[in-house]
Write a protein that binds this ligand. Sequence first.
Ligand code: PGA
Length: 247
Amino acid sequence: MIIAANWKMNLGQAEGAILIQGLNMHADRWSDISIVICPPAPYLLAMRDIAHSEFHIGGQTCHGKLFGAHTGHVSAAMLADCGADYVIIGHSERRQSDGESGSVLLEQAKCAIDAGLRIIYCVGETLEDRQAGRESEVVSGQLADIQDLLNSGDVPVIAYEPVWAIGTGQVASVPDIEAMHNFIKSETSRIMGASDMPQILYGGSVKPDNAEAILSIRSVDGALIGGASLDADGFATICDYAQKVSR
Ligand code: PGA
């Protein structure tokens, strides 16, 4: 099971360090799960330096080229150089506010693989899509965008994050999560063959009080957590549930 913390553009370096130190002391309790902390890019190196050696560090995005004249961007090679071993690709906030299209995301994903990073690839429908009954079609299209990657046998982690559940406190229902995770599994096995199935995380308003129910769903292999990852005690509670259901 993977529990990933997406800090987004939150916390200063000192606050991040306090948060990580608060998690470090519990790390030995979480031997059966992988914890991935994704801080803002300028703090990657500092957080890698203080995080428990069992914790993974991840970037929140990367550029679609490894080096070059791309002012303000951070490449997958640079993330890896700072000690990251994961990167989130295709988060809905980047798809929406930074206009990242499927072809851009594929380039980013290829660079991440070249740099030796493991990808957490986000998919998910908007409220409008769901109300129109288009959620499967949308997610299927987002998976098709990285078909080249899936065909080449590079197995990403997939995060199903319904856009309407992110940061809103509104969580998808257990049957809806189950149905979409099963759909993603069948789509990826159709593209890749059944040999190397990706792990599928759920994301969208996961909190200490709903984490146990979500993580207990058979087709849920972990969670991608935004708001609740900014509080050491709350995040630790979620990790404890993940450890409990991983046993
Ligand atoms: P949230 O964010 O947990 O605050 O809803 C999840 C995400 O954006 O990955």
